[in-house]
Design a protein around this ligand. Structure first.
Ligand code: CA
Length: 239
C-alpha cells in the first residue's frame, strides 16, 4: 500500500510497545517495534520510516543518543515518550531534535493525535482561501519553496525538518505580525489548548541556528518579549 505510513516505535516496556503497536495497526499504520537504542539505530539504517516514536529511557543506547543519530541522517518526525516527572529530559530530547513529546502515562489516543499532526503538513493545506498562502517566499536572501518544502539562505540549503519548515512558513507568511506561542502551538503542533511553550522556544532556537547568520542577532525571526515571535527582515527593522 503506497499510502500506508511506516512508524518505528522504540520502547523497552513490552506492554506499552505492544499496546501502541496494536492500536496504530488498527489505524492502518505499518508499525515496527524495537526494545533498545542500539536496535533502533540499526532498524532505522535498514528501513525507511515516516515517523519515529522514541522512549527516552532505553537500554544500550539512550533515547537522546538515538535521536541525535537519527537527526544526523534524517529529518523524519520524532515524537518522544518521557516520564511525567522528568522535566529536564523533555528539554534534552527536544534539543537532540525531537519534534514533540508525550508524557507517561498517556492515552494512546493522545499519542495518535500527535502522530497525525506530525504526518500532516500545514503548508499543504490550500482550503483556506482567506489565508495568505504563497507558493514562494523570498526575503533578503531567504527563499522558501512550498511545493518542494525547501528553504535556502543566501544560496545554501537550510535542511529544515518538516516541522521547522512549517514553523518558519507560518511566521514568514505573516510578515511583520507578532504570532503568539499559543498560536504557534495550535497551528504547528496541533495543541487545542495550552501546550508546553518550551516546544516553541527550543524549535525557534534550532530554526535560528539553521537560517540566521548570527542566531543571537537574528535577521529574520525576532522575539517579541512575553508574547511570541515576528518575522521581519532586518532592513525593515531599522526603519
Ligand atoms: Ca523505557
Amino acid at each position: 500500500e503506497t499510502d500506508e505510513k511506516r512508524i518505528l516505535i522504540v520502547e523497552d516496556e513490552t506492554v506499552i510497545r505492544d499496546a501502541v503497536s496494536a492500536y496504530l495497526e488498527r489505524e492502518n499504520y505499518a508499525v515496527r517495534g524495537v526494545g533498545d537504542g542500539q536496535s533502533a539505530v540499526e532498524e532505522f539504517q535498514k528501513h525507511s520510516f515516516d515517523l519515529v516514536i522514541l522512549d527516552l529511557m532505553l537500554p544500550k543506547l539512550s533515547g537522546e543518543r538515538v535521536c541525535r543519530a537519527i537527526r544526523d541522517v534524517s529529518n523524519v518526525p520524532i515524537i518522544m515518550l518521557t516520564a511525567k516527572s522528568d522535566t529536564m529530559a523533555v528539554v534534552e530530547g527536544l534539543e537532540a531534535g525531537a519534534d514533540d513529546y508525550v508524557s507517561k502515562p498517556f492515552k494512546v489516543a493522545e499519542l495518535l493525535a500527535r502522530i497525525r499532526t506530525r504526518l500532516r503538513r500545514i503548508t499543504h493545506q490550500s482550503g483556506n482561501q482567506e489565508a495568505y498562502n504563497p507558493a514562494h517566499i523570498e526575503r533578503d536572501g531567504l527563499v522558501m519553496d512550498r511545493s518542494q518544502h525547501t528553504v535556502s539562505v543566501y544560496g545554501h540549503n537550510a535542511n529544515l525538518t518538516p516541522l521547522e519548515f512549517d514553523l518558519l512558513f507560518l511566521l514568514a507568511s505573516n510578515e511583520n505580525e507578532v504570532i503568539s506561542r499559543t498560536t504557534l502551538l495550535k497551528e504547528v503542533w496541533g495543541y487545542a489548548d495550552a501546550g508546553d511553550t518550551r516546544l516553541v522556544s527550543v524549535h525557534i532556537q534550532r530554526l535560528r541556528a539553521k537560517v540566521e547568520k548570527g542566531p543571537e542577532h537574528p535577521d529574520f525571526i525576532h522575539t517579541v518579549q512575553g508574547i511570541g515571535y515576528k518575522f521581519c527582515t532586518s532592513s525593515e527593522n531599522i526603519k
